[in-house]
Structure formats: C-alpha cells, structure tokens
Design a protein around this ligand. Structure first.
Ligand SMILES: Nc1nc2c(ncn2[C@@H]2O[C@H](COP(=O)(O)OP(=O)(O)OP(=O)(O)O)[C@@H](O)[C@H]2O)c(=O)[nH]1
Length: 122
C-alpha cells in the first residue's frame, strides 16, 4: 500500500471471502499507525453481485467502518454498481485545498514560453 501524502485510501475486500475482510483490518491498522493523520479512509465490499455466496455480513462490515469513522459501501466492479458513488463519497469528505497549500504543493504553473522571435540579442 502506498499512502504517503495521500488524501484518501480505498481498502477493498471481497464480500465472498471472510479472509479478505480480516486482511482489510490489518491494512486499516497499518494506515492508522503510519498513514497521514487526516487521511479519508473508505472501505469497499466488492462483489456484492455474489450475495448468495456472501461470507461477510454487511452489518458487520458497516459497523467496523463506523468504528473507525470510515466511509463504507458495497460495490460490484463487475456490474459497475456503486463505484462512482464510492468516489463521490470520498470527494465530499476531502477538504478543499487552501490557497497556500496549492502554492506549496510541489506544483508549478504552466505558462507560455516567450515567443523566440521577440528575443533580442545583447
Ligand atoms: N462477480 C464479480 N467478480 C468480480 C468483481 N470484481 C472483480 N471480480 C473478479 O474477481 C477476479 C479477481 O479480480 P482482480 O481484479 O484480479 O482482483 P484481485 O484482488 O487482484 O484478485 P483476487 O484476490 O483473486 O480477488 C476476476 O476474475 C474478476 O473478474 C465483482 O464485482 N463481481
């Protein structure tokens, strides 16, 4: 997981694999211990089109997410269900950058190069 300087992290588990949910908890611990303090965490229970072979109850996952103040949503990457909603929820929680942050964000403005024909020789 690469999270240095990240504003948000999406941790995905497979609702049909309990083991993936246990692994997710380890990633959450790692993030809380070493990640940015104000990072927005989103938990996505993927493959919710496979509800008939579900191993992770939605209630359990939702309660866990609430306990760590994370966004929670079940998705289906296969059926494109709730994927956009996931990113919308995240974008609503990321605070807008202050002007000072924008300027000191290792970024630079792209400006037009001076027209070479206007350059004068000394
Ligand atoms: N039914 C269903 N299958 C999915 C969904 N998302 C991914 N898959 C399938 O799950 C398999 C693994 O998908 P990957 O994108 O490789 O995910 P991964 O986390 O790298 O792999 P796994 O740990 O094996 O799940 C592929 O066969 C995908 O088609 C989903 O929402 N629903």
């Amino acid at each position: 997981m690469y999270y240095r300087g990240s504003a948000a992290a999406v941790i995905v588990y497979d609702i049909t694999k309990l083991e993936s949910f246990q692994t997710l908890k380890k990633w959450v611990k790692e993030l809380k211990e070493h990640g940015p303090e104000d990072i927005v965490v989103a938990i996505a229970g993927n493959k919710n089109d496979l509800g008939d072979i579900r191993e992770v109850p939605m209630k359990e996952a939702k309660e866990f997410a609430e306990s760590i103040a994370a966004i929670f949503i079940e998705t289906s990457a296969r059926n494109a269900v709730n994927v956009e909603e996931l990113f919308q929820k995240i974008s609503k929680q990321i605070p807008p950058l202050q002007n000072a942050e924008v300027e000191s964000n290792d970024s630079f403005k792209l400006t037009r190069q001076p027209n070479p024909t206007t350059r004068r020789c000394c």
